[in-house]
Design a protein around this ligand. Structure first.
Ligand code: HSE
Length: 309
């Protein structure tokens, strides 16, 4: 294989109660990236569209990931990378993770697949380190594995893939305000009470159980975050109003996507999802704040090959 074009999905991390350990992939938005082998050695970013991101090999998440893979698996060729960002960085929908996961997947294909999905996740985490300073796995694992994933532990890294109920649909709104992950982590409580911890981990258990058994009632009862959402929601304009609207019109649950500012709602079935989408749209139109919206199925495949030769 000399060239590969891939699609790498956007992702929703945390999924309400699962701070830093749960995530899922979004079907309809993501990055499209092309990786081409070259005779000249070295890794070059030749084109980036859709966002203003660094071209320097060690500063760009995608090329940084490729560099670390070449260090582990020496090659006698070079690489050119083209990146088309399909949605805005800083949205809370795992933008750097899409590029990092896409790079890990594509380079592995060009190398003849020497690495496992778990190893690719570890490489992609290095891209997260480059882009946001912390090697978090929740977004990158969701982009690589597809569907819902649980980062069960970091040392050693253990990723558990969780089934996706077929009627689950995502509605998300991205208000065009900046929320830096670093800032959103600084507002978090350093300690929490045992009572809150019990409620939160019981909800994670209930959510996972609901996803495994297609039990939408259990999903609804468990999509609650009593620790992180209350600490962060003031960073997102009209968060309470959006959440209330989503729940009023039938969403199973709604919360902050990753560290924000995107707010996501999970719905059962397209009809409810369309209604929730329309109602949030109407609400936000009145705020005067620019925004974009998404209505999408859950992506169950992770990064996929669009073309190769
Ligand atoms: N889980 C992280 C956070 C963001 O909420 O800060 C995504 O990695």
């Amino acid at each position: 294989m000399n060239q590969i074009k891939i699609f790498s999905p956007a992702t929703v991390a945390n999924v309400s109660c699962g701070f830093d350990c749960l995530g899922f992939a979004v079907n309809d938005i993501g990055d499209t990236m092309t990786f081409t082998k070259t005779e000249e050695k070295g890794i070059k970013i030749t084109k980036i569209t859709g966002a203003n991101l660094p071209y320097e090999t060690d500063k760009n998440a995608a090329s940084g990931v490729a560099l670390s893979m070449f260090e582990k698996h020496p090659v006698d060729f070079g690489l050119e990378i083209e990146i088309h960002k399909g949605y805005a960085p800083g949205s809370g929908l795992g933008s750097s993770a899409a590029s990092s996961a896409g790079a890990a997947f594509a380079v592995n294909e060009l190398l003849g697949k020497p690495f496992t999905q778990l190893e690719l996740t570890k490489f992609a985490m290095l891209g997260e380190q480059i882009a946001c300073g912390t090697p978090i796995a929740d977004n990158v694992a969701a982009a690589i594995y597809g569907g819902f994933i649980l980062v069960q532990q970091y040392y050693p890294l253990n990723i558990i893939k969780i089934p996706v109920p077929s009627e689950l649909i995502l509605v998300a709104i991205h208000p065009q305000v900046e929320v830096k992950t670093k800032d959103a982590r600084e507002v978090l409580p350093e300690e929490i009470s045992l009572k809150k911890a019990v409620t939160q981990w019981a909800n994670v258990g209930g959510l996972i159980s609901g996803l495994y058994t297609n039990n939408y009632e259990s999903i609804t009862n468990s999509l609650k975050d009593i620790i992180v959402e209350p600490a962060r929601k003031h960073l997102i304009p009209y968060f309470d109003e959006v959440k209330k609207t989503a729940l009023k019109h039938g969403a199973l649950g709604a919360s902050i996507s990753g560290s924000g500012p995107t707010i996501f709602a999970l719905c059962k079935g397209e009809e409810t999802a369309k209604k929730v989408h329309q109602q949030i749209d109407e609400l936000y139109q009145k705020t005067g704040i620019d925004y974009t919206m998404v209505l999408s199925k859950i992506n169950t495949q992770g990064v996929t090959i669009l073309e190769s030769n």
